[in-house]
Design a protein. Structure first.
Length: 597
């Protein structure tokens, strides 16, 4: 099982078995803080009856270290791993309310005869588990559970519906039957004797306080918090760099890093020469030159379809985001120089960076003037008569229900009717959409609901999973300063949605900050990120490759007729490249892992 995760930790490995042979821990180490053996894992103290395996970073470990020293604890090294270990010994589960960072860990407490598993608040680090044949198993990736014969190779049919709907599965379910994800901000206790499981949330997204601060004060606080977050995220005993797309979020991270680092920071950009807007080298170069970074541009000219085989092996809980390709290619290249990189994830979800955040507010206004019956008529017409890839189709389909239903249609790959045709069962299954509806309903206000839905689903299940799996395949750790716990708390607790999105203005606070910190000429209105020219990529041999995969006679999961229609629509100019990509990945994934329904 540990060997299946060698890419996550190529520096060292360790296996520990408790005295009665009931519990086994395995660990692969990527050495980043305290490179000595004092930070090796599994970390064990037989006298205290404790053993731990841990993945991630604790950013406030130095402060906690000082507290623990005052409390009488002695340390062998200076790692955050040892601080977490002794922190649990001192505070018990209370340590979860003291640590800030990205983490997934398991602690065996033999005195209480329990196993504690926990995952960070935003879901930056993964943790899967299953219980089968009298055993409980957990791992950072599902492939380790397969390697230990802890999980059956069966497709989760309900999660398949979610994948076809959104390109990811919504926790706690995974795409593999009876394998579950620990949710962000959740901990799980397992009785070692009986294997009884009890889960609880140690953190939830806070409600916004009624006391409102001014834009000027909010901007000032955001700058202080971001600088501090970048400062702590730069701490490492190995080289650190920044993934600079030239967009707003990564540019502000670069600006803060340049102001707090004691030497020039390294920045890296992936470019696609000759692909117009996808070539971000100019925007990134402007930022790099202004802040005097050691800048590297990595050009990707041609990427063959064989890269998909590598990626489906890695993405064992499959997602459909094509940006996994450039993230992996960039990570693979820069890993030759650095071991840790800072990225820009989280800013859009916290401060309203997506166009649909403002759009749902306009949808709310439309619902006041267009009768429900007329809206339902538009929705049914769009669903049954407008082809997939028709611009605005999802928005029209979303008119049928209330606002949470409209939010559930945002970035939908395949609606319920198309899913039923794809799977050939003729059954309408709206469970994925309804799951988003139920999540969204707990908040009030159109913009707040849209932000909340993105933060709980698309961010952890899509974007953070993409970055973690793609970067760790290259043994590169990517950190997200925007998701520092203090910034997350500030964004949700102190900043109302009206200060994030107003009319057609988005990310109001970060843009105010950028106006002061970034150079003249930096275009903060353009949405940039590590992406690729998928429409252009879907030509020639690559499109033929997709067609061969999807229409192969051995492929019986998805309707060939629906797929032929999708391919035809793509050739006629409709935007279905993401859908075709998602289906091809699914077929390759089933083939790779031998999964069946």
């Amino acid at each position: 099982m540990a060997d299946a995760l060698v890419h996550r930790g190529p520096d060292e490995s360790g296996v520990w078995v408790n005295a009665v042979g009931r519990v086994v821990f395995g660990h692969r180490r990527l050495s980043i803080i305290d490179l000595s053996d004092a930070a090796s894992q599994p970390m064990v103290d037989s006298d205290a009856g404790l053993a731990m395996v841990f993945n991630g970073e604790i950013y406030n470990f130095k402060d906690l270290h000082r507290e623990l020293v005052v409390a009488g604890y002695r340390f062998k090294g200076h790692s955050d791993t040892e601080v977490l270990f002794r922190g649990y010994q001192h505070w018990g589960e209370g340590i979860l309310h003291r640590i800030t960072g990205m983490f997934a860990f398991a602690i065996l407490d033999e005195k209480q005869n329990k196993l504690l598993l926990a995952r960070d608040r935003c879901g930056q680090k993964p943790l899967y588990y299953c219980r089968r044949n009298g055993e409980f198993a957990f791992a950072s990736e599902i492939k380790a559970l397969f390697a230990g014969d802890a999980a059956d190779r069966k497709l989760n049919e309900q999660a398949l519906q979610e994948y076809l709907a959104y390109g990811y599965t919504i926790g706690p379910e995974s795409l593999v039957k009876d394998v579950y994800k620990l949710l962000p901000g959740e901990c799980l206790t397992v009785d070692v004797a009986t294997l009884e499981i009890e889960s609880q949330r140690f953190w939830r997204v806070p409600q916004c306080e009624t006391r409102v601060i001014s834009l000027e004060e909010a901007e000032k606080q955001l700058e202080a918090l971001l600088r501090q977050a970048v400062r702590t995220h730069l701490v490492a005993d190995v080289p650190v760099g920044i993934l600079l797309s030239g967009g707003l979020d990564s540019s502000l991270v670069t600006a803060c890093a340049a102001s707090v680092a004691d030497k020039p920071v390294k920045t890296y950009t992936v470019t696609f020469p000759g692909h117009g807007k996808y070539d971000e080298s100019g925007a990134a170069r402007l930022i790099a030159n202004h802040f005097g970074t050691e800048h590297t541009e990595i050009a990707v000219d041609e990427v063959g379809p064989e890269i998909l085989g590598t990626l489906v092996r890695q993405f064992d809980d499959l997602i459909a985001d094509h940006a996994m390709v450039p993230v992996y290619l960039l990570a693979r290249q820069i890993r030759k120089e650095i071991k840790v990189a800072l990225g820009g994830d989280g800013g859009d979800e916290l401060f309203g960076g997506y166009p649909h955040t403002g759009w749902v507010n306009r949808q709310a206004d439309l619902r006041q003037v267009i009768p429900r019956g007329i809206r339902r008529g538009f929705s049914k017409f769009a669903e049954r008569h407008l082809p997939l890839g028709f611009r605005g189709r999802n928005h029209l389909v979303g008119l049928a229900g209330d606002l949470p239903w409209a939010i559930a249609q945002v970035n939908l790959y395949f609606d319920a009717l198309t899913r039923s045709r794809l799977l050939g069962n003729g059954m309408l299954n709206t469970a994925p959409e309804m799951r988003k509806v139920e999540l969204t309903k707990v908040r009030s206000g159109a913009k707040e609901q849209a932000l909340y839905a993105d933060f709980l689903t698309t961010l952890p299940e899509g974007y953070l999973a993409k970055v973690d799996r793609a970067s760790m395949l290259a043994s590169l750790e990517v950190r997200a300063p925007w998701l520092d716990d203090a910034i997350v708390d500030f964004a949700w607790r102190r900043i109302p949605a009206s200060m994030k999105v107003r009319g057609r203005q988005r990310k109001i606070l970060p843009r105010r900050l950028a106006a002061r910190l970034l150079p003249a000429g930096a275009n903060t209105n353009v949405k940039r990120g590590l992406t690729m020219p998928l429409a252009n990529w879907f030509r020639g041999e690559r499109l033929r490759f997709m067609e061969e995969v999807l229409l192969d006679s051995s492929q019986r999961l998805l309707s060939h007729a629906v797929i032929r229609n999708l391919l035809s629509l793509q050739r006629r100019g409709y935007s279905n490249q993401n859908r075709i990509f998602s289906l091809a990945l699914l077929v390759l994934w089933c083939r790779e892992y031998g999964l069946c329904v």
